[in-house]
Write a protein that binds this ligand. Structure first.
Ligand SMILES: Cc1cc2nc3c(=O)[nH]c(=O)nc-3n(C[C@H](O)[C@H](O)[C@H](O)COP(=O)(O)OP(=O)(O)OC[C@H]3O[C@@H](n4cnc5c(N)ncnc54)[C@H](O)[C@@H]3O)c2cc1C
Length: 382
């Protein structure tokens, strides 16, 4: 595996860093406290090509690789994980589902709007009774002539209240269990869909998280996304890619906390010297740096495997599991290094500490990642 950063990727990352410093960093706390999704920023992310990073230029995308994309998500997350989360849900979940499983007509209709930022995408699998057990989906879609009628509700949907379009999973044939679940692409100005409860969250507060409710939501027959009955299996494939972005998000978040702690340790003086001179602090920094590098390598292995078009289920679950768990540890240590000051909103580590917990939960909890990895190990005999 080559982890060298090409001149081209380095130039992209420099642009992303400059953008984050100018457009995101000054607003991080304000968006967090107000729980404000920065819609205007997403237009700028679209102009920069980040909303369509991995999609072909024919659809308005930037034609970049998964290796490029994971590096971009890391950079954004090192500044604001909330923005990275909304970006990842838009790109890797909603948009990617349409791109990977949509018909050419669906791609033509939606992808240019999604890559430009005219529309934001949401993706709804989770329900009140179908969290880790996503096969327990209760939302239904019933065929009525040339239409499908959707009823049900989806919980914890990122970008729900700001989305132009949502990909939603619904049961079309209960007798076939997970093979009776289908995906639909639903435009959010449809009168049958409305935004329900907005979550008041511990972290990731600038990322929009709401319930989406469908009440006799009529969509045309052409809103079926992929084959009838293939929606759940396709969702698992989408999550294989999505987990790489949550791994990258975790790496960026851990790095942001580590860099803040490193800097602080050199400035803060106690007992007549910088606290970075104490071995206990050095051990924290050494462990954080090592774990972040290891998490990035796992993330890059998954991204490179995706770029090669090879099965990525195990590698993406391993990257997501490890990166999210070490990110939790890194933010904990970053606060410890800051002492009491880390417990205040005067330093960025306080927000990283709150944001990070989503990483071990979203797109499958750590426990579920272990089940996915073990299933692959036992099947492969690896
Ligand atoms: C901020 C945020 C954004 C989100 N965005 C989206 C989105 O855009 N789209 C979407 O569809 N979903 C989204 N989700 C939902 C997320 O994917 C789920 O919260 C997650 O999959 C866990 O489901 P749950 O919350 O119902 O927990 P549960 O499934 O109820 O799990 C509770 C606990 O039980 C454990 N557990 C459950 N089953 C098992 C098992 N078989 N073995 C061992 N342990 C088990 C879990 O690991 C966990 O520790 C989001 C969630 C949050 C918080």
């Amino acid at each position: 595996m080559s982890t060298a950063v090409s001149a081209e990727r380095e130039a992209i990352l420099r642009t992303v860093r400059e953008f984050c410093d100018a457009e995101i960093r000054p607003n991080v706390l304000r968006w967090d406290e107000a729980q404000e999704f920065p819609r205007e920023l997403f237009n700028k992310l679209g102009e920069l090509g980040l909303l369509g990073a991995m999609f072909p230029e024919t659809y308005g995308g930037a034609g970049l690789s998964a290796m490029d994309y994971q590096a971009i998500i890391e950079e954004v997350s090192a500044v604001d994980p909330s923005v990275a989360l909304s970006l990842a849900a838009h790109h890797s979940l909603g948009s990617y589902h349409i791109f990977q499983f949509g018909s050419e007509a669906q791609r033509q209709r939606y992808m240019p709007k999604l890559t430009s930022g005219e529309w934001i995408a949401a993706w709804g699998l989770t329900e009140a009774e179908a969290g880790s057990d996503s096969g327990g989906t209760k939302t239904t879609a019933v065929r009525d002539g040339e239409e499908w009628v959707l009823n049900g509700s989806k919980n914890f949907i990122t970008n729900a209240s700001v989305a132009g379009v949502a990909v939603l999973m619904a049961v079309t044939d209960k007798s076939r269990k997970t093979k009776g679940i289908s995906a639909f692409v639903v435009e959010c100005d449809n009168p049958g869909i409305r935004v329900g409860k907005k979550e008041n969250k511990l972290g990731m507060r600038a990322s929009d998280t709401c319930t989406l409710v469908m009440e006799d939501c009529r969509v045309p027959a052409g809103a079926l996304l992929g084959a009838e009955g293939a929606g759940w299996v396709d969702s698992m494939k989408i999550l294989d890619g999505g987990r790489i972005s949550i791994a990258a998000l975790s790496v960026g978040l851990a790095r942001g906390a580590y860099e803040a702690a490193l800097q602080y340790s050199k400035e803060r003086r106690q007992f007549g010297k910088a606290i970075s001179e104490f071995e206990a602090i050095q051990f924290y920094l050494a462990e954080m740096a090592t774990e972040i590098d290891a998490a990035r390598l796992l993330t890059q292995r998954a991204a490179e495997t995706k770029d090669a078009g090879e099965p990525v289920t195990r590698f993406s679950a391993q990257a997501k599991l490890y990166a999210s768990e070490i990110a939790v540890r890194a933010t904990d240590r970053a606060i410890q290094i800051h002492g009491g000051y880390g417990f205040t909103k005067d330093f960025p580590v306080e927000k990283f500490y709150r944001d990070v917990k989503l990483c071990t939960i979203g797109e499958g909890t750590s426990e579920i990642q272990k089940l996915v990895i073990a299933k692959q190990l036992l099947a492969d005999g690896a």
